[in-house]
Design a protein around this ligand. Structure first.
Ligand SMILES: Nc1ncnc2c1ncn2[C@@H]1O[C@H](COP(=O)(O)OP(=O)(O)OP(=O)(O)O)[C@@H](O)[C@H]1O
Length: 303
């Protein structure tokens, strides 16, 4: 298991040994941090524990063990009245729209104005324009993608310092997702800010994440800088004979030789694709994507 370190910059989110037991599922000592200036992608299979972790960090569920903190405040206190001021500084988007369906898009602002002293109506209007959201349409009549855009517009319009997005780009078309990624880049470019986003759309994370944290069955299985994965690593597309030759060469130590068999060959995780290409120029070795890395890590075998 590999863990990146966020200790040099200000830590805006900290999960320290979070545990939570449900019937048939447990979060098991989830530990990671998100530092100022970072976009951290939170990935894992369905039911791996991403939303549970996010809810625990936001103080929406009670932990059985460990502690979370958001902007330096204990997660457990965020749902108390004194946590309201901290929550103003956190923009949260879940994959479901949590606004009254009968409200028109233009009226949603009134609800937020009451909830957030920091509500910025001008910013909200500008996001409505940018996302081409129809002001006179009722929330219940929005498409899923439009609803997600509205939730994002709200999350970005109350002066948040931190964005926590749970599957927030699901349901958006590729162009809308690119727009949202641009917004997130703009957001995080301001000092003192960070983004934690869970997503199954790893191509989005390829484009924007600084780090990727992966959870599986309630445990963190890796926490790595994206550049380490995408710029340095590779996937060797091997025939059986290539695989045996790679194993025999010792260029990748046996206990690190992670592979995944397919009908058409064997994919091998290559820690340094440039060194690999020098040693095995005849074996095709692609740049590693986050998707490849997830598949190899979660489904691959170790020789
Ligand atoms: N309130 C609850 N009561 C019982 N079990 C729960 C509860 N909330 C979540 N779980 C269980 O916890 C596990 C993790 O769920 P969670 O929603 O955190 O997964 P996830 O990684 O966000 O999945 P997905 O990618 O499908 O959204 C699942 O097995 C789920 O059924």
């Amino acid at each position: 298991m590999s863990f990146a370190s966020s200790e040099s910059a200000d830590v805006l989110i900290k999960a320290s040994g979070l545990t939570k037991h449900y019937d048939g599922f447990s979060l098991q000592g989830v530990t990671f941090a998100v530092a100022e200036g970072e976009v951290v992608g939170f990935v894992g299979k369905n039911g791996a524990g991403k939303s549970t972790t996010i809810k625990a960090l936001l103080g929406l569920i009670k932990l059985d063990g460990g502690a979370g903190s958001v902007l330096g405040h204990d997660s457990a206190t965020l749902s108390h009245p004194e946590g309201a001021r901290i929550k103003e500084q956190v923009g949260v988007v879940f994959d479901t729209i949590s606004m009254p369906g009968h409200l028109k898009v233009s009226e949603v602002a009134r609800v937020y104005e009451c909830a957030f002293a920091t509500w910025d109506q001008r910013a909200f209007q500008s996001y409505l324009g940018r996302f081409e959201l129809p002001a006179d349409k009722a929330v219940k009549d929005l498409s899923r993608g439009m609803g997600m855009k509205l939730s994002l517009a709200c999350a970005l319009s109350h002066g948040a310092q931190l964005l926590i997005l749970d599957e927030a780009t699901a349901g958006l078309d590729p162009m809308a997702r690119d727009e949202v990624l641009d917004l997130l880049r703009e957001f995080v470019a301001e000092p003192g800010r960070a983004v934690l986003m869970s997503s199954h759309i790893t191509s989005d994370l390829d484009k924007i994440a600084d780090r990727v944290v992966c959870i599986d069955a309630g445990r963190i299985v890796f926490d790595r800088y994206k550049d380490e994965i995408c710029d340095q690593m590779g996937v060797a597309r091997c025939r059986v004979a290539d695989f045996e030759a790679i194993a025999a060469s010792g260029i990748i130590p046996d206990h690190e030789l992670v592979y995944l068999r397919h009908d058409y060959g064997i994919d091998v995780l290559v820690p340094d694709r440039f060194a690999f290409a020098e040693n095995f120029p005849q074996v095709p070795c692609d740049r590693m994507t986050i998707d490849d890395y997830l598949a190899l890590t979660l489904k691959g075998g170790v020789r």
